[in-house]
Design a protein around this ligand. Structure first.
Ligand code: SAM
Ligand code: SF4
Length: 329
């Protein structure tokens, strides 16, 4: 098992399939993009599948989420999902995507064994979409959402990051849209993980603010109070249900004490936290002949050193050198 020195057990593995992306969301990447990882540095599909198998079969991972960058840009994504769903004990398999490409891929991914998707949608306004992501792709995201729903990847979860003066006024509209479509919306506080290091606390729309925007419009009652467990979102039933909304206060309401996540970057580094400043290199170990036992031992050691919390509020806080797109959000 992957246990850290505080007794937390990592059971949820996030795997970045690529650091590349077809959008440039301002809270994540600069408009000109980034220097992508060179191809030889990326894990191959076989290497990813080998590490995921070790995680599931030997290390107690029960949920595998593929992310990035934009995971659907990885040509082998359907094959990687199929190999993951064939593992025993069978893990839950999910993808976090910006939705572009899902119109084509939702059905094959569902057939390959994908259980769920989280799709990022920060605005329903075409102009704001361009301002926010530097690409005119709102229609592709919306058709991706519809395709995920039609392929049975339900409940389709939608992630939204609100930014002051950009899209915070769309909170109510986004929730109405998701309720109408049967999608489950989660608002996520903006974290200091952008490549430009431009995060400012004052620009972050906090969980408290999000709730104060929503409560005049909707009846919100905590769902399963006290049962937040390791799930980061605080979930509310909307207007008596069945619709629900989540608020993820990663910065102001941290859930580090119950965190059960561990991450594998697209270049084969284990990160025990989004905000970790150290990584453990499984790629080189694997390429220089390490056995599955040895890789599992290294993975256990990497998780053992996980810090108690992200420390964003500590004066000594240092933003990690890798941005969100290269860590795997
Ligand atoms: N490209 C895919 C997408 O956008 O869903 C997957 C990768 S993206 C890094 C994963 C999630 O992280 C998205 O929901 C995105 O909104 C979120 N994200 C990116 N940068 C963030 C930041 N600085 N703070 C909070 N969430 C962020
Ligand atoms: Fe791409 Fe996702 Fe980052 Fe937006 S948040 S730039 S879609 S990786």
């Amino acid at each position: 098992m992957l246990v850290d020195s505080f007794g937390r057990v990592a059971a949820d593995l996030r795997v970045s399939l690529t650091d590349k992306c077809n959008l440039r969301c301002t809270y994540c990447m600069p408009p000109e993009g980034l220097d992508w990882l060179p191809k030889p540095a990326l894990l191959t599909a076989d290497e990813i599948s080998r590490l995921v198998a070790i995680a599931v079969e030997r290390l107690g991972i029960t949920e595998v989420r593929y992310t990035g960058g934009e995971p659907l840009l990885r040509r082998e994504v359907v094959e990687i999902v199929a190999r993951t769903a064939a593992l025993r004990p069978r893990p839950q398999v999910s993808i976090t995507s910006n939705g572009i490409g899902l119109a084509r891929l939702a059905a094959p991914l569902a057939a390959a064994g994908l259980d769920r998707v989280n799709i990022s949608l920060d605005t329903l306004d075409g102009e704001t979409f361009v301002k926010l992501s530097h690409r005119d792709r709102l229609a592709d995201v919306l058709s991706g959402l519809a395709a995920a729903d039609a392929a049975g990847l339900r409940p389709v979860k939608v992630n939204a990051v609100l930014m002051r003066g950009v899209n915070e006024h769309e909170a109510v509209r986004l929730l109405r849209f998701c309720l109408e479509q049967g999608y489950e919306l989660r608002f996520i506080e903006q974290m200091p993980l952008d490549a430009q290091h431009g995060w400012r606390r004052e620009d972050m729309v906090t969980a408290d603010e999000i709730l104060s925007i929503l409560t005049p419009e909707f009846g919100l009652v905590p769902d399963d109070p006290g049962e937040r467990g390791s799930a980061p979102a605080e979930i509310f039933l909307v207007d008596g249900g069945p619709g629900r909304v989540g608020v993820i206060g990663s910065v102001t309401r941290p859930f580090c004490g119950a965190c059960d996540r561990v991450r594998l970057t697209a270049d084969g580094q284990i990160r025990n936290c989004l905000f970790a400043t150290e990584e453990s290199d499984l790629r080189e170990a694997m390429r220089t002949g390490a056995s599955d036992d040895e890789l599992a031992r290294r993975w256990v050691a990497a998780v053992r050193g996980k810090r108690a919390g992200h420390g964003i509020d500590d004066p000594s806080f240092l933003q990690p050198a890798r941005p969100m797109s290269a860590i795997g959000g």
